[in-house]
Design a protein around this ligand. Sequence first.
Ligand code: IMP
Ligand code: MG
Length: 179
Amino acid sequence: MMHNDIQSILLTKQEIDGLVYKLASQINEDFQDEELLAVVILKGSMIFAADLIRCLSMNVKLDFMQASSYGESTVSSGVINIKKDLDEDVTGKNVLIIEDIIDSGNTLALIKREIQARGAKTVRIVTLLSKPSRRKIDVDVEYIGAEIPDEFVVGYGLDMAEKYRQMDYVGILKPEIYM
Ligand code: IMP
Ligand code: MG
């Protein structure tokens, strides 16, 4: 059973619901009636995004992107590897990038830069979780659900080798599972 691999629960389902509601309230207040293009970063963010956009009150269009950064280089020299690109043209749109967790920030910094370069009107980022102690790149994140310590977490979309995504809570994995 996957639950046996969990050392401790970091966020319960109820706590996650509270964070999602708090984030959605901030976004609703900031954008009011302006239309948003929600860009869901695959795969981990799909569960968070599904809950978040159902709490948004403006018109929301939905699109998906899967990308990674080549190597461990800095964003200034970094090249983005887009595995699945957007269907929508972002020109003149308010884009909300939806991310599950920000670690080094490398990938997200490149995605943000790419969407800005395509002529979006605004580009903001919402993430459920952030590990500030792991940050390597300074990327502005407007909406953060919770800051967490440097532990490997799974569940609520987050995986380890594609497992544990379907858990409805976020848990810290036992170190012996990934060592
Ligand atoms: P970054 O480019 O280093 O910020 O990478 C962020 C990505 O790494 C996230 O979108 C996740 O896919 C993955 N990641 C980082 N930390 C964790 C974790 O604790 N559990 C599961 N995935 C993680
Ligand atoms: Mg992952």
